[in-house]
Design a protein around this ligand. Structure first.
Ligand SMILES: *Cc1c(COP(=O)(O)O)cnc(C)c1O
Length: 395
């Protein structure tokens, strides 16, 4: 019997946490002794530090990325009767955030090779009711800032970035979170900047948007027991989470660079597998791509289908994922929006062919090699594959 090989997880946060173990304990202890658990010092510090790092004027810490979208859009004055453009191929939270603002989501198809929102298709979807566009910097690559700004200027649209996968990403010299009126970030643990629980932040250039979001996250109160915003809720970034995030932030550039190096290595090794129809998503932003995910397309030219390849990887103790298997417009929960199969051909095709490979800072190039070797081996051994096991599931 051969010795089982070491698991290559889809994401491994232990390397990150080992680096800051002692500081993390000290920071948590400091919050405990200060006792400022809600909207404490660490929240204010993180808001200032993350806004500055991202080129934004103001930061407002909230409970999660979904709330950053919902509350942020409301604070920008987006609501009932307004149409908001978003890509069909995004995590469902983009859609949920827009719906919670009261606005009408209008889906737009994507580019097959980058998976980013197709700005030509976005322009074609504009009506007199269109007020905003929510570009998603999917997988860690920004949608072109110049393309977005030109579109927004032509049609007087507000740009609200979903930057939940793109902390400190750059393109055309612009940092994620600083393109338009406002931007939403998530600190879900596996995001590029991740808490040890949920968290999120709204970044904005506008003092009034920041002020309104601060009020919305805190029962709609402008000051204690004086409530001006009927949509107010309770969604504050936890002080303990902010203290951990504040410790991680100084490492983030380095961690993003590590992701980018692993991606370059994957790209180089995968070049030799093009004949098998395995194509990495195109990087149009060089070292500015922060590779929240490393995604390849398993095209029709591939001798194995995607499920067979996932099973072959699993046999080699390698996890993989699909982001995302069902486009938003085809999710059962949102059928009342009136979309159907065939409406967004690129997003639908991509959902069938994408595969996310392991990616996390701390992953070694040897591990990346093992992933590519396993793919190559599966290609060469064709159909002779296990059939009965289930694919390791990851978020
Ligand atoms: C993670 C994510 C969100 C939601 O963030 P939460 O903190 O999980 O609420 C929104 N949009 C995208 C693209 C995401 O990846």
């Amino acid at each position: 019997m051969t010795k089982p090989r070491e698991l290559i997880p889809f994401v491994d946060l232990s390397w990150q946490h080992d680096q800051i173990q002692d500081e993390m304990q000290a920071a948590l202890t400091a919050v405990l002794s200060r006792g400022d658990f809600v909207l404490g010092q660490a929240v204010k510090e993180l808001e200032a530090a993350f806004a500055a790092a991202s080129g934004a004027q103001h930061g407002v810490g909230v409970g999660c990325g979904t709330d950053a979208i919902a509350l942020g859009l409301s604070a920008c004055g987006i609501g009932e009767g307004d149409e908001v453009l978003l890509p069909a191929n995004t995590f469902v939270a983009t859609l949920i955030g827009i719906l919670r603002s009261g606005a009408t989501p209008i889906f737009v198809d994507c580019d097959r090779e980058t998976a980013l929102i197709d700005l030509t298709a976005a322009e074609a979807a504009i009506t007199p009711k269109t007020r905003a566009i929510v570009p998603v910097h999917l997988y860690g690559q920004m949608v072109s800032p110049s393309g977005l700004k030109a579109l927004a200027e032509r049609h007087n649209l507000l740009i609200f970035e979903d930057a939940a996968q793109a902390h400190l990403a750059q393109r055309e010299g612009v940092t994620a979170g600083s393109i338009g009126m406002a931007a939403a970030f998530s600190f879900y643990p596996s995001k590029n900047l991740g808490a040890i629980g949920d968290g999120g932040m709204l970044l904005t250039q506008e003092a009034l948007v920041a002020q309104t979001t601060r009020s919305l996250r805190n029962y709609g109160a402008v000051r204690k027991y004086f409530h001006t915003e009927p949509q107010g809720t309770n969604s504050r970034l936890d002080t303990l989470q902010a203290s951990v995030l504040g410790l991680k932030l100084p490492y983030l550039r380095e961690w993003n660079q590590a992701r980018n190096r692993i991606a370059q290595h994957y790209d180089e090794r995968l070049a030799s597998l093009r004949e098998f129809g395995i194509i990495p998503m195109r990087n149009d932003s060089g070292t500015g791509h922060v590779y929240h995910l490393y995604v390849v397309r398993i095209t029709a030219d591939c001798p194995l289908d995607r499920t067979a390849l996932q099973l072959a990887l699993e046999e080699q103790q390698i996890q993989s994922g699909i982001h995302y298997p069902v486009p938003c417009h085809l999710q059962p929960a949102f059928q009342s929006l009136g979309y159907q199969a065939g409406d967004f051909p690129m997003s639908e095709a991509l959902s069938q062919e994408i595969l996310s490979l392991p990616m996390f800072p701390g992953m070694t190039l040897e591990q990346a090699d093992r992933v590519i070797d396993a793919i190559a081996q599966a290609m060469n051994s064709g159909a002779n594959l296990p059939a009965s096991s289930t694919v390791l599931s990851v978020k």
